[in-house]
Design a protein around this ligand. Structure first.
Ligand code: FMN
Length: 185
Protein backbone atom coordinates (compact mmCIF):
# COMPACT_ATOMS: atom_id res chain seq x y z
CA UNK A 1 0.00 0.00 0.00
CA UNK A 2 1.03 3.60 -0.54
CA UNK A 3 1.34 5.46 2.74
CA UNK A 4 1.53 9.22 3.15
CA UNK A 5 2.76 10.19 6.59
CA UNK A 6 2.58 13.83 7.65
CA UNK A 7 4.48 14.83 10.78
CA UNK A 8 3.88 18.04 12.68
CA UNK A 9 6.67 18.47 15.21
CA UNK A 10 9.49 21.01 15.03
CA UNK A 11 11.65 18.59 17.05
CA UNK A 12 13.78 16.53 14.69
CA UNK A 13 14.53 14.03 17.44
CA UNK A 14 11.41 14.37 19.51
CA UNK A 15 8.84 11.89 20.69
CA UNK A 16 6.42 12.01 17.77
CA UNK A 17 9.09 11.73 15.08
CA UNK A 18 10.48 8.72 16.89
CA UNK A 19 7.02 7.13 16.66
CA UNK A 20 6.82 8.09 12.98
CA UNK A 21 10.18 6.43 12.29
CA UNK A 22 9.20 3.23 14.04
CA UNK A 23 5.86 3.07 12.22
CA UNK A 24 7.60 3.62 8.88
CA UNK A 25 10.20 0.93 9.64
CA UNK A 26 7.47 -1.59 10.36
CA UNK A 27 5.46 -0.61 7.29
CA UNK A 28 8.47 -0.75 4.96
CA UNK A 29 9.47 -4.11 6.38
CA UNK A 30 5.99 -5.34 5.46
CA UNK A 31 6.49 -4.11 1.87
CA UNK A 32 4.58 -0.82 1.94
CA UNK A 33 5.95 2.45 0.58
CA UNK A 34 6.13 5.47 2.85
CA UNK A 35 6.23 9.07 1.68
CA UNK A 36 6.99 11.28 4.70
CA UNK A 37 6.25 14.98 4.74
CA UNK A 38 7.69 16.86 7.73
CA UNK A 39 5.39 19.87 7.87
CA UNK A 40 7.60 21.82 10.28
CA UNK A 41 10.47 21.75 7.80
CA UNK A 42 8.47 22.55 4.67
CA UNK A 43 6.97 25.77 3.47
CA UNK A 44 3.21 25.47 3.56
CA UNK A 45 1.23 28.69 3.66
CA UNK A 46 -2.02 28.46 5.63
CA UNK A 47 -5.14 28.30 3.47
CA UNK A 48 -6.66 31.78 3.03
CA UNK A 49 -10.05 30.52 1.88
CA UNK A 50 -9.92 32.39 -1.43
CA UNK A 51 -11.50 29.38 -3.16
CA UNK A 52 -9.52 29.96 -6.33
CA UNK A 53 -8.87 26.21 -6.25
CA UNK A 54 -12.58 25.44 -6.48
CA UNK A 55 -11.73 22.49 -4.23
CA UNK A 56 -9.79 20.66 -6.91
CA UNK A 57 -10.50 22.24 -10.27
CA UNK A 58 -7.73 24.83 -10.31
CA UNK A 59 -4.27 25.06 -8.71
CA UNK A 60 -3.83 26.64 -5.30
CA UNK A 61 -2.65 30.27 -5.35
CA UNK A 62 0.40 29.27 -3.30
CA UNK A 63 3.28 27.59 -5.13
CA UNK A 64 5.01 26.31 -2.02
CA UNK A 65 5.60 22.73 -0.84
CA UNK A 66 1.85 22.07 -0.52
CA UNK A 67 1.15 20.82 -4.07
CA UNK A 68 3.95 18.21 -3.87
CA UNK A 69 2.24 16.63 -0.87
CA UNK A 70 -1.25 16.89 -2.32
CA UNK A 71 -0.23 14.94 -5.42
CA UNK A 72 1.02 12.13 -3.20
CA UNK A 73 -2.10 12.33 -1.08
CA UNK A 74 -4.38 11.71 -4.03
CA UNK A 75 -2.50 8.46 -4.73
CA UNK A 76 -2.33 7.28 -1.10
CA UNK A 77 -4.14 4.26 0.30
CA UNK A 78 -3.19 5.10 3.87
CA UNK A 79 -2.69 8.49 5.53
CA UNK A 80 -0.92 8.86 8.87
CA UNK A 81 -1.06 12.07 10.89
CA UNK A 82 1.73 12.36 13.46
CA UNK A 83 1.88 15.23 15.91
CA UNK A 84 2.73 16.33 19.41
CA UNK A 85 -0.36 17.39 21.34
CA UNK A 86 -0.40 21.20 21.38
CA UNK A 87 -3.13 22.64 23.58
CA UNK A 88 -5.27 19.54 23.13
CA UNK A 89 -5.08 19.57 19.36
CA UNK A 90 -2.56 18.86 16.65
CA UNK A 91 0.33 21.28 16.08
CA UNK A 92 -0.22 24.39 13.97
CA UNK A 93 2.31 23.05 11.46
CA UNK A 94 0.22 19.94 10.80
CA UNK A 95 -3.06 21.87 10.90
CA UNK A 96 -1.82 24.26 8.20
CA UNK A 97 -1.12 21.27 5.96
CA UNK A 98 -4.50 19.64 6.58
CA UNK A 99 -6.27 22.92 5.84
CA UNK A 100 -4.61 22.87 2.42
CA UNK A 101 -6.49 19.62 1.68
CA UNK A 102 -9.32 22.06 0.90
CA UNK A 103 -7.55 22.69 -2.43
CA UNK A 104 -8.24 19.12 -3.54
CA UNK A 105 -11.31 18.31 -1.45
CA UNK A 106 -13.31 17.03 -4.39
CA UNK A 107 -10.47 14.69 -5.40
CA UNK A 108 -9.96 13.07 -2.01
CA UNK A 109 -13.45 12.96 -0.48
CA UNK A 110 -15.24 9.62 -0.51
CA UNK A 111 -12.07 7.75 -1.45
CA UNK A 112 -12.10 5.37 1.55
CA UNK A 113 -8.48 6.01 2.48
CA UNK A 114 -7.38 4.55 5.81
CA UNK A 115 -6.53 7.19 8.41
CA UNK A 116 -4.16 6.50 11.29
CA UNK A 117 -3.18 9.02 13.95
CA UNK A 118 -0.15 9.09 16.23
CA UNK A 119 -0.09 11.76 18.93
CA UNK A 120 2.34 12.23 21.80
CA UNK A 121 1.68 14.29 24.93
CA UNK A 122 3.33 15.23 28.21
CA UNK A 123 0.32 15.01 30.51
CA UNK A 124 0.15 11.71 32.42
CA UNK A 125 -3.54 10.95 31.76
CA UNK A 126 -5.22 9.97 28.52
CA UNK A 127 -8.26 12.26 28.76
CA UNK A 128 -6.08 15.01 27.24
CA UNK A 129 -6.64 13.30 23.88
CA UNK A 130 -10.45 13.58 23.96
CA UNK A 131 -10.49 16.67 21.72
CA UNK A 132 -7.99 15.47 19.15
CA UNK A 133 -9.64 12.05 18.93
CA UNK A 134 -12.98 13.73 18.18
CA UNK A 135 -11.32 15.91 15.54
CA UNK A 136 -9.78 12.92 13.79
CA UNK A 137 -13.03 10.97 13.85
CA UNK A 138 -14.90 13.95 12.40
CA UNK A 139 -12.23 14.62 9.77
CA UNK A 140 -12.34 11.00 8.59
CA UNK A 141 -16.13 11.10 8.44
CA UNK A 142 -16.18 14.32 6.43
CA UNK A 143 -13.56 13.03 3.99
CA UNK A 144 -15.21 9.65 3.63
CA UNK A 145 -12.07 7.94 4.89
CA UNK A 146 -11.86 5.07 7.37
CA UNK A 147 -10.77 6.13 10.84
CA UNK A 148 -8.38 3.40 12.03
CA UNK A 149 -7.46 5.04 15.34
CA UNK A 150 -3.77 4.87 16.12
CA UNK A 151 -1.51 5.47 19.08
CA UNK A 152 -2.09 8.18 21.67
CA UNK A 153 1.03 8.24 23.80
CA UNK A 154 0.68 10.15 27.06
CA UNK A 155 3.18 10.91 29.82
CA UNK A 156 5.91 11.63 27.28
CA UNK A 157 7.23 15.14 27.60
CA UNK A 158 10.60 14.24 26.14
CA UNK A 159 12.22 11.36 24.36
CA UNK A 160 13.74 10.18 27.64
CA UNK A 161 10.22 9.66 29.01
CA UNK A 162 9.24 7.68 25.95
CA UNK A 163 12.28 5.43 26.33
CA UNK A 164 10.63 4.04 29.46
CA UNK A 165 7.47 3.08 27.55
CA UNK A 166 6.31 0.48 25.07
CA UNK A 167 4.99 3.08 22.60
CA UNK A 168 7.82 2.91 20.01
CA UNK A 169 7.37 -0.86 19.77
CA UNK A 170 3.63 -0.38 19.36
CA UNK A 171 4.27 2.06 16.50
CA UNK A 172 6.54 -0.47 14.79
CA UNK A 173 3.95 -3.22 15.20
CA UNK A 174 1.20 -0.99 13.87
CA UNK A 175 3.22 -0.29 10.72
CA UNK A 176 4.18 -3.93 10.33
CA UNK A 177 0.61 -5.20 10.69
CA UNK A 178 -1.06 -2.45 8.71
CA UNK A 179 -2.58 -4.87 6.23
CA UNK A 180 -4.32 -6.74 9.04
CA UNK A 181 -5.49 -3.50 10.67
CA UNK A 182 -7.06 -2.14 7.50
CA UNK A 183 -8.69 -5.45 6.62
CA UNK A 184 -10.73 -5.13 9.82
CA UNK A 185 -12.11 -1.74 8.72
C1 FMN B 1 3.06 24.69 22.50
C2 FMN B 1 2.97 23.41 23.26
C3 FMN B 1 1.74 22.96 23.68
C4 FMN B 1 1.62 21.74 24.36
N1 FMN B 1 0.40 21.34 24.76
C5 FMN B 1 0.27 20.17 25.44
C6 FMN B 1 -1.01 19.73 25.88
O1 FMN B 1 -2.04 20.36 25.67
N2 FMN B 1 -1.07 18.57 26.58
C7 FMN B 1 0.04 17.81 26.84
O2 FMN B 1 -0.08 16.78 27.48
N3 FMN B 1 1.27 18.19 26.38
C8 FMN B 1 1.41 19.36 25.70
N4 FMN B 1 2.64 19.75 25.25
C9 FMN B 1 3.79 18.84 25.39
C10 FMN B 1 4.08 18.03 24.11
O3 FMN B 1 2.90 17.48 23.56
C11 FMN B 1 5.05 16.88 24.42
O4 FMN B 1 6.21 17.39 25.00
C12 FMN B 1 5.38 16.05 23.20
O5 FMN B 1 6.04 14.87 23.58
C13 FMN B 1 6.30 16.80 22.24
O6 FMN B 1 6.45 16.04 21.07
P1 FMN B 1 7.70 16.22 20.07
O7 FMN B 1 8.93 15.90 20.86
O8 FMN B 1 7.45 15.27 18.97
O9 FMN B 1 7.67 17.63 19.61
C14 FMN B 1 2.78 20.96 24.60
C15 FMN B 1 4.02 21.42 24.15
C16 FMN B 1 4.13 22.62 23.50
C17 FMN B 1 5.49 23.10 23.03
Amino acid sequence: MKIVMITGSPHKNGTSVWMAERFAEGAEMAGHTVYRFDAAFKTVHPCIGCDRCECGTRPCVFSDDGPELLEKLIEADVVVFVSPLYYHGISAQLKAVIDRFHGIDDLIRGTGKYLFTIITAAYPEDWVFDGVKATMKTTARYLGWRDCGGIYAYGCYRRADMERTDYPRQAFELGKHLERMVSQK
